[in-house]
Structure formats: C-alpha cells, structure tokens
Design a protein around this ligand. Structure first.
Ligand SMILES: NC(=O)c1ccc[n+]([C@@H]2O[C@H](COP(=O)([O-])OP(=O)(O)OC[C@H]3O[C@@H](n4cnc5c(N)ncnc54)[C@H](OP(=O)(O)O)[C@@H]3O)[C@@H](O)[C@H]2O)c1
Length: 335
C-alpha cells in the first residue's frame, strides 16, 4: 500500500506576521504582458489575454492561489492584467495572495518616499487596497539595510502590504535585513531566488539552510529553467526570445531532461516539468513557475499531490547544475 495522501501532499507555509498561508506552489507572471522575453504580441502568436485568463483560472482551481508579479514586468502590464482578472473573478478574489516587487534603483531617492509611491502605483494597477507580500526586487540599492527596513516598515504600518520580502539577496544580506526588520517588530517573510535543477547555488552556498533557520520562505524563481526543463526544447529547437536565466546550452540539459522523463514514467507518466517542480517542493521551497496558457498551468499543477522518493531526489541532485552566469546575473543574483 502506498503512503496516505496526506503524507504525499506538500504543506502550505505561513506568511510571516499574518494569518495568511502560502500554498506549496505559486504562479509567476513575468510573461503576462511582456513582449521582449516572452513574446506577447511578437514571436508567440498563440499567446493573448484570453490564454492568460485560462492560466489564471486553471491555477486558482488547483489551489495555486499565490501570484508573483513586479512593477517592472511588462512595465506594469502584468499588474494591470492581474487587476483585471481579480476584478472579473469575484468568487476567488479574497483568497488570492498577491506578491509584487519594488525595484530599488540607486537613484530612486529618498528611498522611503519612492518605495511608498511605487507601492501605491502598484496597488492602483492591481486595483487592490493592499498586497499580501511586498518584495525588494534585487540587492541593488546603495541605501543601508536600516534605511530599507524603515521604508518597508512604513509600508506595513500604513496597511499597504501585509508582509515583506526580498529577492536575490545573499545569506549575509538576508541576515542583515532580517535583523533590521526585527528591530522594527517585523519579520522578513521571504527571499525569492533563482533555484532549480539548473541553478542549485542557493543550496550549495548555504542560503537555503540559513533561510530555514530564520523562518524565511524561499520562493524559487525560473523553476523550469525558463522552459528548458519542460522537455519541449532541444538542441534542434532551442527556446525563443532572450531568456537569460539558466541559459546552459541545450546539449548540456538533455541528460537531465531524460532523467526527469524516466522518473516521471515511474509516477504514472508525470512530465519533466512536473518532476522538476516536485523536486523543488521536496527541498521545502515554493516554486513559482510561469504559465502563458491553461494547458501549461494545468500541467504544472500536476506537480502537486505526490512526492519523489529520497532516492529520486538524490539522483536528480547528482545531475543538477550550479548555475550559469552572465555579467548581469553576477551583479543581480547575490543569493
Ligand atoms: N526576482 C527575480 O529576479 C525573478 C527573475 C525571474 C523570474 N522571476 C519570477 O519567477 C517566475 C517564473 O520564472 P520564469 O517565468 O523566468 O521561468 P519558468 O517558470 O522557469 O518558465 C516559464 C516558461 O516556461 C514555459 N512553460 C511553463 N510551463 C510549461 C509547461 N508545463 N510546458 C511547457 N512549457 C511551459 C512558458 O514559456 P514558453 O511557452 O514560451 O516556453 C513559461 O512562460 C516569473 O514569472 C517571475 O514571477 C523572478
């Protein structure tokens, strides 16, 4: 007899300092409204607001109620699309958790004013009174952690966000902002980093262990290697657009995809994407795969409700890659 369903299911995570719970998997929305990387209105002719609406509906129906966006995505278009979808979906609007991000360009000063203005602009586009999670998009501000914590505390105290997080922060930076926020009575909820079978550096460098110790949830971005782990791309058919994360040559990725496929067969025909996402949940992180249509969202939701064995996790660990860096990524990704 197999293990009971409850043992196979992944548990939700508390959203620090709130009564909200984060589901074991979320939905990334960088592609919503984006043309240059993701081809909306350019190279991907099959991709439209209607297919996004379907991705949203299929995800929420499967319990994937965490949407990750940013003021940067599609220059605000991702947030605008989410605002429209939530307005249309009155039945689910109150159970959807929205996480957005502030981009702390060094010239956005004074930080507190700029952050509060940006958050209000995000809320306007999202048509919401507050977001559940407000994240610092990357560690590129020249301000101190104390100044950043002051700005985030003001956002929480004004009721414009329920919890705060960071993204691309190293272990040292995570500990510093965690401590600065704690001095203001606020808990750092999350650190969003690129973590997948094509980038295990957050695990190798000890960031995962540190976040577990601090009670900071890891949101794993680009969990499908920007589509490279789904099995649909190959040496002959590489991903279109400029997908700069996880950009290993496809010939180096194919053995990993073959192993994902083989493991999936043993679980009743799970796809490479589903196995790759399940591996991330086995590592106690929340993957936030992007989906452009209902079929992708439905497939990704099939990563829930079952579990890889420890031996399968270990065999994938052996084939996993540390991460591939461009000059920009060295600057952007500290974690
Ligand atoms: N904080 C940061 O610095 C940062 C950076 C990057 C991403 N993120 C966040 O993380 C989210 C996810 O990362 P990502 O979008 O870069 O990459 P990803 O989730 O690894 O890949 C998403 C793309 O893969 C393809 N795909 C998804 N599911 C599929 C399926 N089941 N079958 C076949 N193809 C599928 C789709 O593109 P195609 O159909 O065009 O192949 C989709 O847009 C983003 O949306 C964003 O919210 C954050």
């Amino acid at each position: 007899m197999g293990p009971a369903q409850s043992e196979q299911a992944f548990a939700p995570f508390p959203l620090a300092g709130t009564n909200w719970q984060l589901p074991p998997m979320g939905l990334g929305t960088w592609a919503w409204g984006d043309s240059s990387t993701w081809g909306m209105g350019t190279y991907d002719r099959s991709y439209s607001f209607e297919t996004i609406r379907d991705a949203y509906a299929k995800s929420v129906a499967a319990g994937i109620t965490l949407l990750d966006t940013a003021e940067m995505y599609g220059q605000g278009e991702s947030e605008r699309i989410i605002g429209r979808l939530l307005e249309e979906d009155k039945a689910n609007r109150d159970r959807v958790i929205v996480a957005t991000k502030f981009i702390p360009f060094p010239w956005r000063l004074p930080l507190r004013t700029k952050l509060m203005d940006a958050l209000r602009a995000s809320l306007d586009r999202l048509r919401l009174p507050f977001v559940h999670l407000y994240q610092i998009h990357g560690p590129i501000s020249l301000c101190s952690h104390e100044t950043m914590a002051d700005a985030l505390a003001e956002a929480v105290n004004a009721g414009l966000c329920k919890a705060v997080g960071v993204s691309n922060y190293s272990e040292k930076e995570t500990r510093a902002i965690h401590a600065a926020l704690a001095r203001r009575g606020i808990k750092l909820a999350s650190n969003q980093v690129e973590y997948s079978l094509l980038r295990t550096d957050p695990e190798r460098r000890g960031l995962l262990r540190a976040c577990e110790e601090l009670g900071v949830v890891i949101l794993a971005y680009s969990p499908l290697g920007q589509g490279r782990l789904t099995g649909k791309y190959s040496v002959r058919n590489p991903p279109p657009g400029k997908r700069n994360f996880s950009a290993y040559p496809m010939e180096e990725i194919e053995p990993l995809v073959a192993e994902l496929r083989q493991i999936g067969q043993r679980h009743g025909g799970k796809t490479p994407a589903q196995v790759a996402l399940n591996w991330l949940m086995c590592k106690r992180t929340i993957p936030i795969p992007g989906a452009k249509n209902g079929a992708q969202a439905e497939q990704n939701a099939g990563a829930l409700g079952w579990r890889l064995s420890p031996d399968e996790v270990a065999s994938l660990d052996r084939l996993a890659k540390p991460g591939r860096y461009t000059l920009f990524l060295r600057f952007w990704q500290h974690g």
